[in-house]
Write a protein that binds this ligand. Structure first.
Ligand SMILES: [Ca+2]
Ligand SMILES: [Ca+2]
Length: 232
Protein backbone atom coordinates (compact mmCIF):
# COMPACT_ATOMS: atom_id res chain seq x y z
CA UNK A 1 0.00 0.00 0.00
CA UNK A 2 2.91 2.36 0.65
CA UNK A 3 4.41 1.64 -2.76
CA UNK A 4 2.34 4.00 -4.93
CA UNK A 5 2.97 7.26 -3.02
CA UNK A 6 6.67 6.43 -2.94
CA UNK A 7 6.79 5.90 -6.71
CA UNK A 8 4.95 9.17 -7.31
CA UNK A 9 7.33 11.01 -5.00
CA UNK A 10 10.40 9.59 -6.70
CA UNK A 11 9.03 10.46 -10.13
CA UNK A 12 8.24 14.02 -9.05
CA UNK A 13 11.72 14.38 -7.60
CA UNK A 14 13.27 13.18 -10.87
CA UNK A 15 11.26 15.64 -12.95
CA UNK A 16 12.27 18.58 -10.80
CA UNK A 17 15.90 17.45 -10.70
CA UNK A 18 16.27 18.02 -14.45
CA UNK A 19 18.45 20.91 -15.53
CA UNK A 20 16.72 24.16 -16.44
CA UNK A 21 18.47 24.73 -19.76
CA UNK A 22 16.80 24.08 -23.11
CA UNK A 23 13.43 23.32 -21.59
CA UNK A 24 11.40 24.76 -24.45
CA UNK A 25 9.40 21.84 -25.82
CA UNK A 26 10.48 20.83 -29.29
CA UNK A 27 8.23 22.16 -32.03
CA UNK A 28 8.46 18.88 -33.92
CA UNK A 29 6.24 17.40 -31.20
CA UNK A 30 3.35 19.58 -32.31
CA UNK A 31 0.55 17.29 -33.38
CA UNK A 32 -0.98 16.74 -36.79
CA UNK A 33 2.08 17.20 -38.95
CA UNK A 34 2.42 15.23 -42.15
CA UNK A 35 4.66 14.92 -45.17
CA UNK A 36 3.78 17.36 -47.96
CA UNK A 37 2.82 16.23 -51.44
CA UNK A 38 4.72 17.62 -54.43
CA UNK A 39 3.24 20.63 -56.25
CA UNK A 40 3.61 20.01 -60.01
CA UNK A 41 4.29 23.68 -60.95
CA UNK A 42 6.90 23.99 -58.21
CA UNK A 43 8.54 20.77 -59.39
CA UNK A 44 8.78 22.15 -62.94
CA UNK A 45 10.34 25.39 -61.68
CA UNK A 46 12.44 23.92 -58.87
CA UNK A 47 15.77 25.58 -58.07
CA UNK A 48 18.68 23.78 -59.77
CA UNK A 49 21.85 25.16 -58.20
CA UNK A 50 24.00 22.23 -59.30
CA UNK A 51 23.63 18.78 -60.75
CA UNK A 52 25.39 15.59 -59.76
CA UNK A 53 24.76 12.21 -61.39
CA UNK A 54 21.39 13.29 -62.75
CA UNK A 55 20.11 14.82 -59.51
CA UNK A 56 19.59 18.56 -58.99
CA UNK A 57 20.45 20.16 -55.67
CA UNK A 58 20.15 23.52 -53.98
CA UNK A 59 21.22 25.10 -50.72
CA UNK A 60 18.36 27.11 -49.15
CA UNK A 61 20.67 30.07 -48.47
CA UNK A 62 21.23 30.47 -52.21
CA UNK A 63 17.57 30.59 -53.22
CA UNK A 64 15.83 33.92 -52.74
CA UNK A 65 12.55 32.45 -51.46
CA UNK A 66 14.40 30.53 -48.72
CA UNK A 67 17.54 32.62 -48.20
CA UNK A 68 16.92 33.56 -44.57
CA UNK A 69 14.87 30.54 -43.64
CA UNK A 70 15.75 28.43 -40.61
CA UNK A 71 13.29 25.57 -40.12
CA UNK A 72 12.98 22.33 -38.20
CA UNK A 73 13.72 19.02 -39.89
CA UNK A 74 10.17 18.15 -41.00
CA UNK A 75 9.48 21.65 -42.35
CA UNK A 76 12.75 21.43 -44.28
CA UNK A 77 11.73 18.09 -45.78
CA UNK A 78 8.34 19.46 -46.74
CA UNK A 79 9.80 22.56 -48.43
CA UNK A 80 11.98 20.23 -50.53
CA UNK A 81 9.12 17.83 -51.23
CA UNK A 82 6.90 20.50 -52.74
CA UNK A 83 9.68 20.84 -55.37
CA UNK A 84 9.74 17.04 -56.01
CA UNK A 85 12.93 17.01 -53.96
CA UNK A 86 13.76 15.86 -50.44
CA UNK A 87 16.49 16.66 -47.97
CA UNK A 88 19.90 15.61 -49.27
CA UNK A 89 21.14 12.03 -48.78
CA UNK A 90 24.89 11.47 -49.08
CA UNK A 91 25.11 7.82 -50.08
CA UNK A 92 28.65 8.03 -51.45
CA UNK A 93 31.84 9.78 -50.45
CA UNK A 94 31.85 11.75 -53.72
CA UNK A 95 28.37 13.12 -53.05
CA UNK A 96 29.35 13.83 -49.45
CA UNK A 97 32.46 15.71 -50.65
CA UNK A 98 30.24 17.83 -52.85
CA UNK A 99 28.08 18.82 -49.86
CA UNK A 100 31.08 19.34 -47.55
CA UNK A 101 32.66 21.61 -50.21
CA UNK A 102 29.43 23.63 -50.53
CA UNK A 103 29.41 24.12 -46.75
CA UNK A 104 33.10 25.03 -46.60
CA UNK A 105 33.15 27.42 -49.56
CA UNK A 106 30.05 29.30 -48.42
CA UNK A 107 30.82 29.29 -44.71
CA UNK A 108 27.51 27.52 -43.97
CA UNK A 109 27.25 26.84 -40.21
CA UNK A 110 25.11 23.70 -40.53
CA UNK A 111 22.47 22.05 -42.71
CA UNK A 112 19.72 19.48 -42.40
CA UNK A 113 20.09 16.23 -44.34
CA UNK A 114 17.49 13.47 -44.77
CA UNK A 115 19.38 11.31 -42.25
CA UNK A 116 16.99 9.98 -39.61
CA UNK A 117 17.00 7.56 -36.71
CA UNK A 118 14.38 4.84 -37.02
CA UNK A 119 12.84 5.47 -33.61
CA UNK A 120 9.18 6.01 -34.56
CA UNK A 121 6.11 3.83 -35.14
CA UNK A 122 7.04 1.00 -37.49
CA UNK A 123 10.61 0.72 -36.18
CA UNK A 124 9.68 -1.42 -33.18
CA UNK A 125 10.57 -5.11 -33.22
CA UNK A 126 13.25 -4.56 -35.87
CA UNK A 127 16.14 -6.49 -34.42
CA UNK A 128 18.29 -5.59 -37.44
CA UNK A 129 18.18 -1.95 -36.25
CA UNK A 130 19.53 -2.71 -32.76
CA UNK A 131 21.42 -1.19 -31.14
CA UNK A 132 19.83 1.91 -32.67
CA UNK A 133 22.86 4.15 -32.20
CA UNK A 134 24.88 1.85 -34.48
CA UNK A 135 22.34 0.30 -36.88
CA UNK A 136 19.21 2.46 -36.62
CA UNK A 137 20.11 5.27 -39.07
CA UNK A 138 18.72 5.61 -42.59
CA UNK A 139 18.13 8.17 -45.36
CA UNK A 140 14.48 9.13 -45.12
CA UNK A 141 14.46 10.51 -48.70
CA UNK A 142 14.77 7.00 -50.15
CA UNK A 143 14.58 4.80 -47.02
CA UNK A 144 18.07 3.36 -47.64
CA UNK A 145 19.92 2.24 -44.54
CA UNK A 146 23.16 3.99 -43.61
CA UNK A 147 26.33 2.09 -42.81
CA UNK A 148 26.78 1.24 -39.10
CA UNK A 149 27.72 4.53 -37.46
CA UNK A 150 30.94 3.18 -35.91
CA UNK A 151 32.36 1.97 -39.22
CA UNK A 152 33.91 3.51 -42.32
CA UNK A 153 31.14 3.04 -44.94
CA UNK A 154 31.92 0.73 -47.90
CA UNK A 155 33.80 2.67 -50.58
CA UNK A 156 34.67 5.53 -48.21
CA UNK A 157 38.10 6.41 -46.78
CA UNK A 158 36.81 7.87 -43.51
CA UNK A 159 33.85 7.80 -41.13
CA UNK A 160 31.78 10.97 -41.72
CA UNK A 161 30.29 10.94 -38.19
CA UNK A 162 32.17 13.31 -35.89
CA UNK A 163 34.58 11.94 -33.33
CA UNK A 164 33.36 14.46 -30.77
CA UNK A 165 30.43 16.65 -29.69
CA UNK A 166 28.64 18.05 -26.62
CA UNK A 167 29.67 15.08 -24.45
CA UNK A 168 33.13 14.84 -26.06
CA UNK A 169 32.37 11.39 -27.43
CA UNK A 170 31.91 10.17 -30.99
CA UNK A 171 28.60 10.76 -32.76
CA UNK A 172 25.81 9.80 -32.68
CA UNK A 173 25.74 10.51 -28.91
CA UNK A 174 22.08 11.49 -28.30
CA UNK A 175 23.46 14.23 -26.05
CA UNK A 176 20.32 16.37 -25.81
CA UNK A 177 18.38 13.48 -24.28
CA UNK A 178 20.35 13.95 -21.05
CA UNK A 179 19.56 17.68 -21.04
CA UNK A 180 15.79 17.81 -21.76
CA UNK A 181 14.66 14.30 -22.71
CA UNK A 182 14.57 14.99 -26.47
CA UNK A 183 16.10 12.28 -28.65
CA UNK A 184 18.62 13.41 -31.27
CA UNK A 185 16.78 11.67 -34.12
CA UNK A 186 17.84 13.81 -37.11
CA UNK A 187 21.18 14.08 -38.88
CA UNK A 188 22.81 17.44 -39.49
CA UNK A 189 26.16 18.32 -41.02
CA UNK A 190 27.81 20.80 -38.64
CA UNK A 191 30.64 23.10 -39.71
CA UNK A 192 33.27 22.98 -36.98
CA UNK A 193 30.77 23.62 -34.15
CA UNK A 194 32.84 21.39 -31.82
CA UNK A 195 36.22 22.24 -33.40
CA UNK A 196 35.78 19.01 -35.32
CA UNK A 197 35.75 20.26 -38.90
CA UNK A 198 32.78 19.53 -41.15
CA UNK A 199 31.12 16.32 -39.95
CA UNK A 200 27.91 14.44 -39.26
CA UNK A 201 26.02 14.85 -35.97
CA UNK A 202 22.81 13.49 -34.52
CA UNK A 203 20.72 16.51 -33.48
CA UNK A 204 17.22 16.96 -32.06
CA UNK A 205 14.79 17.50 -34.96
CA UNK A 206 13.19 20.70 -33.61
CA UNK A 207 16.33 22.80 -34.15
CA UNK A 208 16.00 25.43 -36.87
CA UNK A 209 18.52 25.15 -39.68
CA UNK A 210 19.06 25.93 -43.35
CA UNK A 211 18.95 22.88 -45.59
CA UNK A 212 20.02 21.25 -48.84
CA UNK A 213 17.42 19.70 -51.16
CA UNK A 214 18.14 16.92 -53.67
CA UNK A 215 15.90 15.61 -56.48
CA UNK A 216 13.59 12.80 -55.37
CA UNK A 217 13.27 10.22 -58.15
CA UNK A 218 10.14 8.89 -56.47
CA UNK A 219 8.36 12.26 -56.38
CA UNK A 220 9.54 13.27 -59.87
CA UNK A 221 8.25 9.96 -61.27
CA UNK A 222 4.93 10.42 -59.50
CA UNK A 223 4.44 13.96 -60.83
CA UNK A 224 5.63 12.96 -64.33
CA UNK A 225 3.09 10.11 -64.43
CA UNK A 226 0.22 12.27 -63.27
CA UNK A 227 1.18 15.32 -65.42
CA UNK A 228 2.37 13.90 -68.77
CA UNK A 229 2.68 17.36 -70.40
CA UNK A 230 4.78 18.91 -67.66
CA UNK A 231 8.49 19.47 -68.33
CA UNK A 232 10.41 18.47 -65.23
CA1 LIG B 1 21.94 11.35 -52.80
CA1 LIG C 1 24.85 14.58 -31.09
Amino acid sequence: MMLMPLVVMLFTAMVYAQPAINEIRPQSNRPGRFLSLPIPQKCANRPKEFNYRGHNYFYSGHVQAHANQRVDWLDARNICREYCMDLVSMETQDENNLIFRLIQQNDVPYIWTSGRLCDFKGCENRRDLEPKALYGWFWSANRNKMAPTNQVPDGWSFNPWSQTGHKKVRQPDNAEFDINGTTESCMSVLNNVYKDGISWHDVACYHQKPFVCEDSEELLRYVANTNPNLRL
